[in-house]
Write a protein that binds this ligand. Structure first.
Ligand code: SF4
Ligand code: SF4
Length: 425
């Protein structure tokens, strides 16, 4: 007897899922670009295989539990969208499918379920997350007391936290005013690396842009959306709409995952009534590199020679199609040499909570990324996503490599402030 899942057809999600599963022509061009197919070598762990499984479930021929293992192993990196000649919107299909299939049908282990619950209960809430990270330090010292299922979380918790920052409501532009933006701080970034937001503010200010920081902003909901909790994701998206208000002022993001999640609000919120307001909001969201590239930046001063490798965060390169702009910003700094990085757009294994959910596959991808970075002979590695920064830092450190890992905007900020670029802070 097949599990019957009622499908709400009132919003855009049902249409997106139907279009995606029918537009796949099974050509297989996506297979060599899929990290899980690369690692596991199983058709069921490829984009084509997963689309087939989701189609079978949606059309009532397969139990969700029979597809669950393979859908759970998907990173949501959407590299398959980049290589697909048919324009299958795999990312929207995956998130919609995950929100539509009840969690009770999942075949995840109890430990994995607990890790997932704990992650979604802490990471999106800066106060809880800050406390959890500090407790993780104690937990690591008492690892023998920690249930084995929770140990991957302890390993992932960063060891070096920056000093907390209290952000002001407004940072006025210096010199001629050329623009005005609102800054999305990001829940994980503001706890783990508040310097990314401060560097963004300084770089925007020095380029004549006034930065507003809505004080009541919270998590954008991308993390919950990624794991299929559309109820909490929608609640957070509604709160973001309130915090940032309805205007034409661009909303700047510095984390690729948040940016692409907020740009997906029309699907995430699945709201046919408020569709225009939600569309308008989603169109205001722009990655800091895209905003600065379009604005045209003040030439940074020369820096001592430094070799920089650039890692393409999946939700910038594949989801938002942003590759050129961060590279141009880095190249604009005299003294920086951008060195080639093999597999620069292959997922590092971070992928939201993936390194907590699927630590074994995440470890393999993280180690492969660290090897590629080492082979590039770079002095530093730059990127545009906090999740990648943490995952890559830890995988470099596991190999005994102390290559600094910075956000693109931190590199630019250090250049403007004439601070050494290739040193750890
Ligand atoms: S989203 Fe990434 S991991 Fe998932 S099927 Fe596509 S390429 Fe593979
Ligand atoms: S490349 Fe696109 S159309 Fe071809 S199998 Fe993959 S998802 Fe389907």
């Amino acid at each position: 007897m097949l599990h019957h899942i009622p499908l709400d057809k009132s919003g855009p999600r049902a249409k997106i899922m139907a279009e995606a599963v029918t537009s796949c022509i099974h050509c297989g061009f996506c297979l060599p670009t899929c990290p899980t197919y690369e690692v596991l070598g199983d058709e069921a762990d490829s984009p084509r295989g997963r689309i087939f499984l989701m189609k079978e479930v949606l059309e009532g021929r397969l139990q969700p539990a029979d597809a669950s293992e393979h859908i759970d192993r998907c990173l949501g990196c959407v590299a398959c969208e980049t290589s697909c000649p048919s324009g299958v919107h795999y990312g929207a299909l995956l998130s919609s499918y995950r929100s539509f299939v009840p969690e009770s049908t999942s075949t995840r282990s109890t430990g994995a379920k607990w890790r997932r619950k704990l992650a979604s209960w802490t990471i999106p809430y800066p106060t809880r997350f800050g406390i959890a990270i500090r407790f993780a330090g104690i937990g690591r010292r008492l690892a023998w007391l920690t249930p084995p299922a929770l140990r991957p979380m302890l390993d992932l918790a960063p060891r070096n936290l920056e000093k907390a920052v209290r952000f002001a409501a407004c940072y006025p532009a210096t010199g001629n005013v050329r623009g005005e933006v609102m800054l999305h701080l990001g829940c994980a970034a503001r706890v783990l690396r508040p310097d990314i937001a401060m560097a963004t503010i300084r770089v925007l200010n020095v380029n004549g842009v006034t930065v507003h920081v809505p004080q009541d902003q919270g998590c954008c909901g991308a993390l919950h959306w990624h794991i299929g909790d559309s109820q909490n994701a929608t609640k957070m998206a509604r709160a973001s709409l309130q915090s940032f208000g309805d205007s034409d002022i661009p909303i700047i993001t510095t984390a690729a995952g948040c940016g692409s999640g907020m740009r997906e609000y029309p699907v995430m919120m699945n709201d046919a009534q408020d569709a225009e307001t939600v569309d308008r909001f989603a169109n205001r969201v722009v990655d800091v590199s895209v905003y600065l590239d379009k604005l045209g930046i003040m030439p940074p001063p020369p820096v001592p020679p430094v070799r920089v490798a650039y890692h393409d965060a999946c939700h910038l390169a594949h989801a938002q199609k942003v590759r050129r702009q961060p590279r141009e910003l880095l190249r604009s700094i005299p003294g920086i040499e951008l060195v080639p990085l093999q597999e620069s757009d292959l997922c590092c294994g971070s992928a939201g909570t993936y390194n907590i959910d699927q630590p074994e596959i995440a470890d393999q991808l993280g180690a492969r990324k660290a090897d590629n970075i080492a082979a590039s002979k770079c002095d530093i590695v730059a990127m545009g996503n906090i999740g990648c920064q943490i995952q890559i830092e830890q995988n470099l450190s596991k190999k005994g490599l102390s290559i600094p890992v910075l956000h693109t905007i931190q590199v630019l900020d250090r250049a403007y402030r004439s601070e050494p670029i290739a040193t750890r802070k």
